[in-house]
Design a protein around this ligand. Structure first.
Ligand code: SF4
Ligand code: SF4
Ligand SMILES: [Zn+2]
Length: 266
């Protein structure tokens, strides 16, 4: 099995796996979503809340704020030497003390560890009016997306089968498929339709397999009379993975499953 990256930075990875099965591709996707641990706020002790939100909703909103996670410093509670009690090796404490009028954002959360702060400081939590107040203490712990969606480190994380476009000698270069293609995958060259290239890279992988080109070619339903055929290669998969910022996408250590750990950058 080969894995080829076309993009790999802190926030997005785009890569193709060759020689896999649909079951493997799906298991891999699920692993990236649910088996890579991150920090998220789990317990909230509210001392004062005179805002318009119930305590529970406030706590829920806090839980969804992505928190920078250094997995060389923090580990899931159940794997921690504290035995799940909570300690500096698996838990981070935040305080929030605000008074209206004010738009309270994630930047108002004060972390006991500056390296485990919210990823973004401008995530709105609540708007306080004159005289309204919130005072609370929150603890974030490391856990897995399989426990709760707030521990998922990914935003978009999906794949598609690799599209395979075949153009037969019956193509007369009429150009109908080029006009119809919404992804600008095709062009006319040498009197017939061909797959476009950009900066030396084939645009075939941009095909969404909508088959509008096949229909345009026959003027009716797509069938074997079409000079262009679209198929999916179920041994090759194009993945796009976005991180919520809590972990770099290419994070490679201390995780149960991670792209760059199993498949070094190529
Ligand atoms: S299947 Fe759709 S996206 Fe792919 S080449 Fe045909 S028209 Fe374009
Ligand atoms: S593939 Fe069909 S629609 Fe496209 S240029 Fe050839 S004949 Fe025309
Ligand atoms: Zn611990």
């Amino acid at each position: 099995m080969d894995l080829v990256f076309s993009r790999l930075d802190d926030s997005v990875a785009r890569f193709t796996i060759h020689g896999a099965t649909p079951a493997f591709a799906n298991a891999f996707r699920r692993s990236m979503i649910g088996e890579v641990p991150t920090l998220a706020i789990e317990d909230v002790r509210i001392y004062d809340n005179t805002s318009v939100l119930f305590d529970e909703i406030l706590a829920h909103r806090l839980g969804l704020i992505p928190i920078k996670t250094d997995l060389s410093q923090y580990k899931p509670r159940k794997d921690c030497s504290c035995g799940g009690e909570g300690c500096p090796g698996c838990t981070v404490t935040f305080t929030l003390s605000v008074e209206g009028p004010k738009l309270v954002t994630s930047g108002d959360l004060i972390s006991m560890d500056p390296n485990a702060a919210p990823v973004h400081n401008n995530i709105p939590i609540i708007k306080l009016w004159e005289g309204q107040k919130i005072v609370l203490e929150a603890t974030a712990e490391v856990n897995y997306g399989t426990e709760h969606a707030k521990w998922q480190p990914t935003l978009a994380c999906g794949y598609k089968e690799y599209p395979v476009i075949t153009i037969t000698d019956d193509c007369d270069g009429c150009g109908k498929c080029i006009t119809e293609c919404p992804r600008r995958v095709l062009e006319i060259s040498g009197g017939k339709a061909v797959i476009r290239s950009e900066k030396g890279e084939s645009k075939e992988k941009d095909c969404s397999m909508c088959k509008l080109c096949e229909t345009a070619c026959t003027g009716n339903e797509a069938d074997e009379k079409s000079a262009i055929h679209i198929k999916a290669d179920s041994t090759r998969f194009i993945f796009v993975v976005e991180s919520d910022g809590s972990l770099p996408v290419k994070r490679s250590s201390n995780v149960r499953c991670c792209i760059s750990k199993q498949y070094p950058k190529t």
